[in-house]
Write a protein that binds this ligand. Structure first.
Ligand SMILES: Cc1cc2nc3c(=O)[nH]c(=O)nc-3n(C[C@H](O)[C@H](O)[C@H](O)COP(=O)(O)OP(=O)(O)OC[C@H]3O[C@@H](n4cnc5c(N)ncnc54)[C@H](O)[C@@H]3O)c2cc1C
Length: 348
């Protein structure tokens, strides 16, 4: 591919260096494939705020849920290969196998792990994509454009701005948590205090029918580093039908924090009043629970890997499958994604 002077060219460019983009990049390197990972490296992300909890049983009667129940084993393989990533067995109130990735350890270790695996990292924010020759030109907010034969959208809630015709099931919400510097004495380092049923899942399913914004709090607390995360507030807005206005703008953090603290009252432990840092991020999800994994319809060489509600369980088992597809786009791995119902066929 001819590359104009000053442009950077690579075979494969993954846009977004959160959980999805990073584990996909590692899976591509496991196959010996060259990959460049683009991320601005700033701003709050779903991966940063996540509890990182991984249920060891299927949460639904779907092929994806059965696959995701094996995620703990995949995290062990990743740690054998790359060293500590923060994964550890945990305890919940029911005697079911559960584990957690400590977000602080994961965030600290990731840069070194990616570098050691040979992932080329670029700092920058993509602002547009265009077909160019046999591949894609990716324009950046700052600096010269990038050029790649294959481009994967793994930018979480930033995917739709880059490719508006992604299927409508890909949506976004706002999540809020409180971060405590020190873990409460009552909470063991491997203890998860979480509701039996998350209202978030129900709200995400109802998203297409919403006429007005809706928010819920799933009261819970989990360890993170030496501290803890307390949450979780979820705000979902109806689909944006206006033209030109930025979709899903950031809600007022003070108002969101008040909602969260009020919603934590059922924990009855007084933690809702303690000094803590409120953090919020825009988060992608799919209203039918099935993330988008595969080639984008009508855009040869463009792929998507986004819309995970339980990314820490889904991403590690799906990244190797998508890496196989990228290595051999006509191969059998695509059939597996089709059977799982994850291909992003319909544009709209
Ligand atoms: C409070 C909370 C608790 C959660 N708890 C759990 C849990 O217990 N278990 C679980 O499995 N999941 C949980 N999740 C969900 C999980 O965190 C997500 O599924 C996962 O982190 C999604 O990762 P991602 O890489 O797709 O998205 P993100 O983490 O949002 O990453 C996207 C990346 O793309 C980058 N980006 C965006 N736009 C651009 C652009 N234009 N150019 C370049 N880069 C761009 C961003 O900077 C970011 O780094 C939780 C989420 C939240 C918010």
């Amino acid at each position: 591919m001819a590359v104009p002077a000053g442009e950077f060219s690579s075979e494969r460019l993954v846009i977004g260096g959160g959980l999805a983009g990073s584990l996909l990049a590692l899976a591509l390197r496991e196959r010996g494939l060259a990959v460049t990972l683009l991320d601005p490296g700033s701003g709050e992300t779903a991966t940063e705020l996540s509890y990182g909890v991984i249920p060891g049983w299927p949460l639904a009667a779907t092929g994806l849920a059965r696959l995701a129940a094996q995620a703990g084993a995949r995290w062990r393989v990743l740690e054998d290969r790359h060293g500590a990533l923060g994964w550890h067995p945990a305890h919940w109130r029911l005697p079911l196998p559960v584990s957690q990735v400590d977000g602080e350890v994961f965030g600290q270790r990731l840069p070194a792990v990616l570098a050691a695996a040979g992932v080329e990292r670029r700092r920058g924010q993509a602002q547009g994509l265009e077909r160019s020759g046999a591949g894609w030109r990716v324009d950046l907010v700052e600096g010269p454009p990038l050029q790649a034969a294959q481009v994967v959208l793994a930018a979480g809630s930033g995917c739709r701005a880059l490719w508006p015709k992604l299927p409508v099931r890909l949506r976004s919400s706002w999540a809020g948590v409180l971060q405590l510097q020190a873990r409460p004495r009552e909470l063991q380092p491997d203890q998860l205090q979480l509701p039996l049923q998350f209202q978030r899942a129900d709200l995400e399913r109802r998203a297409p029918q919403l006429q007005a914004e809706a928010w819920i709090v799933d009261p819970g607390v989990v360890p993170r580093g030496r501290g803890a995360l307390v949450g979780q507030l979820t705000l979902v807005r109806p689909a944006d039908t206006s033209s030109g206005a930025p979709a899903d703008p950031e809600p007022d953090p003070q108002r969101m924090e008040q909602r969260l603290r009020r919603g934590l009252e059922p924990l009855a432990l007084g933690w809702q009043a303690v000094p803590a840092r409120y953090r919020q991020a825009r988060v992608s999800f799919c209203s039918e629970g099935q993330p988008l994994v595969g080639p984008v319809a009508g855009a040869p060489g463009l792929w998507v890997f986004s819309g995970f509600s339980g990314g820490f369980a889904q991403v590690p088992v799906l990244a190797p499958l998508l890496a196989e597809c990228l290595a051999d786009p006509g191969g059998q791995a695509l059939d597996s994604l089709q059977r799982l119902g994850l291909l992003p066929q319909a544009a709209g």
